[in-house]
Design a protein. Structure first.
Length: 116
């Protein structure tokens, strides 16, 4: 059974930084594209960043220049370094991974709260 577990969320002041981690376990397949979405209360889920197995990254305009996504295939982990955080970054951040057949697997999320 594939499991994704996020960590690293918390409460931070505006301008601060957080690094999120997402560990994938139980996967019998090679991890393909991985990434992060977020969802604020009352809002639709929003794409944040992604990284392919080859290391190509993509970012939402709202976080470009402030966030860096990376991965460790040895550790089956994807990371999201977030800097210069803003109150509007407050959301539950969830990670995902695609398998070879583009089936997505999701974590439950970690709360990020940015105070002004």
């Amino acid at each position: 059974q594939v499991q994704l577990v996020e960590s690293g969320g918390g409460l931070v002041q505006a301008g601060g930084s957080l690094k999120l981690s997402c560990v994938v376990s139980g996967a019998s397949f090679r991890l393909d594209s991985m990434g992060w979405y977020r969802q604020a209360p009352g809002m639709d889920r929003e794409f944040v960043a992604s990284i392919t197995s080859g290391g190509t990254t993509n970012y939402a305009d709202s976080v470009k220049g402030r966030c860096t996504i990376s991965r460790s295939d040895v550790k089956n982990t994807v990371y999201l370094q977030m800097n210069s955080l803003k109150p509007e970054d407050t959301a539950v951040y969830s990670c995902y991974v695609f398998d070879y057949y583009r089936v997505p697997y999701w974590g439950r999320g970690t709360q990020v709260t940015v105070s002004s």
